[in-house]
Design a protein around this ligand. Structure first.
Ligand SMILES: N[C@@H](CCC(=O)N[C@@H](CS)C(=O)NCC(=O)O)C(=O)O
Length: 85
């Protein structure tokens, strides 16, 4: 079943440009907002989606964002962007 509102979910990055790694969670309204903006900006194909539970202290998410919150976006040159709103 396709995930509503999350096109490309679980698929590897298929865009020609470098992937943007987005840590997100199914229940997060902030992550959903980020996906809406990504769709509006035609960036969905560039996203490598990392489904993460921010409450389990994932080492990978903590490295990207010491506050362990989703959404967290890591650009191809290593810049981390947090706070969707
Ligand atoms: N100001 C942040 C809020 C993000 C946020 O609170 N995310 C929640 C999930 S909805 C989270 O990751 N909580 C984990 C925690 O606070 O430990 C934004 O706009 O993105």
């Amino acid at each position: 079943m396709a995930a509503r509102g999350f096109p490309g979910r679980g698929l590897p990055n298929r865009g020609k440009e470098s992937p943007l790694k987005l840590y997100l969670n199914k229940t997060s309204p902030y992550a959903r907002l980020t996906m809406v903006v990504a769709r509006e900006k035609d960036l969905v194909e560039r996203l490598a989606l990392e489904w993460t539970d921010p409450w389990t202290d994932s080492a990978e998410l903590l490295r990207a964002n010491p506050f362990s919150r989703v959404p967290t976006l890591v650009t191809d040159d290593g810049l981390t962007i947090v706070d969707s709103a």
